[in-house]
Write a protein that binds this ligand. Structure first.
Ligand code: IYR
Length: 220
């Protein structure tokens, strides 16, 4: 195995605490936004956020993710139409009553105008296998987990940059393979809507309530 020296930068403990607290404070202010402004966002910002996503820990370092970044209004329109068709079925009866009840405090429905309003929509795919340099098919490992972590990095970076995001998961999402031209081995994972919030955008109060530490962690 070829090795490299680890570039580890040790910090004094007070600095460690201060940095952790500062990052927590920054992330705590993140909110999922559903009302977007059409204001453009520079492509370079999205590129940096995607490079960050690409640093996520993942199975066997096969980096089993693909991001299709959609800025073309015609493609965004197709995605909106396909997503709304799925969502209409979901809200009109496909979803179990308990699920709809859980969603009620968020006030969501089948209308997804943000898929056209926001400047960028990123379709994220978890890659289950790919064709390697020798032309053989290479299986990946933990594609979903890896892609989930990469999405966390992506969302955190975009928030840190000062942008709003919405993680959107119309179900099923197979239409994304066709629209984005991705092979069947790449499973649609989520749509990330990126942009500035609309002026005066509101969020459901419910979404701002985060569980206290005692409710999400135990110590042994
Ligand atoms: N995909 C639907 C429903 C939905 C599901 C969950 I779980 C949410 O947190 C929010 C919405 C929609 O986008 O409306």
């Amino acid at each position: 195995m070829e090795t490299l020296s680890l570039d580890f930068h040790e910090r004094p403990e007070p600095e460690m605490s201060a940095r952790a607290l500062a990052f927590y404070a920054a992330m705590r202010s993140r909110r999922t936004v559903r009302e977007f402004s059409p204001r453009p966002v520079a492509r370079a910002l999205i590129e940096t956020a995607l490079r960050t996503a690409g640093t996520a820990p993942n199975g066997a370092n096969l980096q089993p993710w693909h991001f299709t970044v959609i800025g073309d209004p015609a493609v965004k329109h197709r995605i909106r139409m396909a997503a709304e068709a799925e969502e209409r079925e979901f809200y009109a009866g496909k979803a179990p009553a308990a699920w709809l009840e859980a969603l009620a405090p968020l006030g969501t429905d089948a209308h997804k105008p943000f898929l056209e309003t926001a400047p960028w929509v990123i379709a994220v795919f978890a890659v289950n296998s790919f064709v390697d340099a020798t032309g053989g098919r290479q299986q990946t490992y933990y594609a979903k987990e890896s892609t989930g972590i990469a999405c966390g990095f992506l969302i955190a970076t975009l928030h840190q940059a000062g942008l709003a995001t919405l993680t959107h998961t119309p179900s099923p999402m197979a239409f994304l393979n066709e629209i984005c031209g991705r092979p069947a081995q790449e499973k649609p994972f989520l749509l990330l809507v990126v942009g500035y919030p609309a002026a005066g955008a509101k969020i459901p109060a419910h979404a701002a309530r985060k569980k206290p530490l005692e409710d999400i962690a135990t110590w042994l």
